[in-house]
Design a protein around this ligand. Structure first.
Ligand code: PLP
Length: 463
């Protein structure tokens, strides 16, 4: 399988090249040349397979030519052995139509682990050690940082330097990063805001002295391999609910559009998905784009579901590319217009393509709270704010779907990660899972630096 850029001008790469490159050279995102096809028999044959074995089957066409079956099976087995639930991504039934797909049983209790646990192992496999080690640099406002650190800790040929704004992440979030004790993990508390930390990371990437000393890499959600790993749980859940002979709908709490785009890929591959519901909080750029074709940035309003507080959804470009007949030059022009005007109108063809599979819903704080209360009273389930946005959107969308279509809401964070919000909604304390309790007692490892670029630069040059 080869990977081409959504902007049409970069050299195609194989899976190894696309994984290590992240962003394409022309500023676009990598997508496979075609969507692999799974027949009804292929889907039926997934029944009864473990999560890791399902992952190896689904990923095989994407890694073809780079990893053989045995290697792929070993990588997925290792990645998903780090989860503390034997089903890896279990389904929980809420009522006769609604289900939760729990994606938070990984090392940091958020769905980012599903992709990053595999990505760390792919990097280790693809980096030969003949070249300089990969130095992954990032800034985090909370969840992605800890999942990336856990993905890289102790792995060969790479190190990670993660910046976070001192005093502006929660206790749990900080300890999930600083409790990791590995020589290739460097956690740095910066005096400043998340935006300051992010700006410093951008400067590091562009700093000739830094790039001469280190091979700098990123693990952000535009990486194709991360997306590919997320296709798996759509198949895994659908097969448990009767696919290929039954159609189903997924409601996805959306920020950067990575998670829900993986559902789109599953549908292109042949999974019988009736509807993908893009659930947003009040930062609703994607809801506006899907409902009215108006893709325009606004200002970000902080909410109780911070991982969905976004202005721009990088992965939306991948959908616009497909919806534009895969015309890279036309998409490059459209994205250029978006970069300068911060707003575009989707074409009629794009809207028609998107409307075949997607719908959207904007969920405000009250509706989120109501969904958390409904889950608790109705099914005894504690639901975190992000997952509650998906559930609320699924509930409002149910009437538009045939009655025999089950609705699966993706649960992207463990309720204990957002214990204060859960308590505020349902009046009950969330007990810390064993995994988190250990983190809260462990010694912390970090470096504090002033909010000056020179200090961060010297630190990175010294790694
Ligand atoms: C990252 C994240 C999301 C949003 O996922 P995208 O792939 O960026 O759309 C939703 N919920 C949680 C808890 C997350 O960490």
């Amino acid at each position: 399988m080869q990977y081409i850029s959504t902007r049409g001008a970069a050299q195609p790469l194989n899976f190894r090249g696309a994984t290590l490159a992240g962003l394409a050279g022309d500023g676009g995102l990598f997508v496979p040349t075609h969507w692999p096809q799974f027949s009804a028999d292929d889907i039926a044959s997934l029944a009864g397979l473990s999560y890791a074995a399902t992952a190896a089957r689904i990923l095989a066409p994407f890694t073809a030519g780079v990893l053989d079956d045995g290697e792929l099976q070993a990588l997925t087995a290792g990645a998903y052995a780090s989860f503390d639930h034997a089903a890896v991504t279990p389904l929980v039934q809420l009522d006769e139509r609604h289900f939760l797909l729990e994606l938070f049983h990984g090392p940091t209790l958020a769905f980012k682990d599903v992709a990053l646990q595999l990505l760390g192992r792919l990097f280790e496999r693809f980096l030969t050690g003949d070249e300089a080690p990969l130095t992954i640099v990032g800034a985090t406002s909370g969840d992605t940082g800890s999942a990336a650190i856990r993905a890289v800790a102790g792995r060969a040929h790479m190190q990670i330097c993660m910046l976070y704004p001192d005093g502006r992440v929660s206790d749990v979030q900080r300890r999930q990063m600083t409790s990791v004790d590995a020589p290739n993990v460097h956690v740095v508390a910066i005096d400043g805001s998340f935006d300051d930390a992010q700006a410093m990371v951008k400067r590091l990437f562009a700093d000739a002295d830094v790039t001469a000393r280190h091979r700098i890499g990123a693990v952000n959600s535009i990486n194709w391999a991360r997306l590919a790993a997320q296709i798996v749980y759509y198949f895994y859940a659908a097969v448990r609910l009767g696919a290929p002979s039954r159609r189903l709908a997924f409601s996805v709490p959306t920020g950067n559009f990575g998670d829900v785009f993986a559902g789109y890929v599953a549908a292109q591959m042949g999974l019988p998905i009736e509807r993908l519901i893009v659930a947003t909080n009040i930062n609703d750029i994607l809801h506006r784009a899907i409902a009215s074709g108006d893709y325009a940035t606004g200002t970000v309003v902080p909410t109780a579901s911070p991982s969905m507080d976004i202005q721009v959804s990088s992965n939306f470009e991948r959908l616009l590319f497909d919806a534009h007949g895969r015309d890279g030059a036309a998409l490059a022009a459209q994205m250029q217009q978006f970069d300068s005007a911060r707003a575009i109108q989707l074409t009629g063809a794009q809207r028609a393509h998107i409307g075949q599979l997607f719908s959207s819903a904007r969920v405000d704080g009250d509706a989120m709270t109501a969904a958390m209360q409904w889950g608790w009273r109705n099914a005894g389930q504690m639901v975190d704010p992000h997952s509650a946005i998906a559930l609320a959107a699924a509930q409002t969308s149910a009437a538009d779907l045939p009655r025999d279509v089950p609705l699966v809401s993706l649960a992207t964070a463990h309720p204990a990660k957002f214990g204060d919000a859960v308590r505020a909604a349902i009046g009950v304390d969330v007990t810390l899972p064993q995994r988190l309790a250990g983190v809260m007692d462990a010694p912390e490892h970090m470096t504090r630096l002033p909010g000056e670029y020179g200090a961060v630069r010297d630190f990175v040059l010294g790694l």
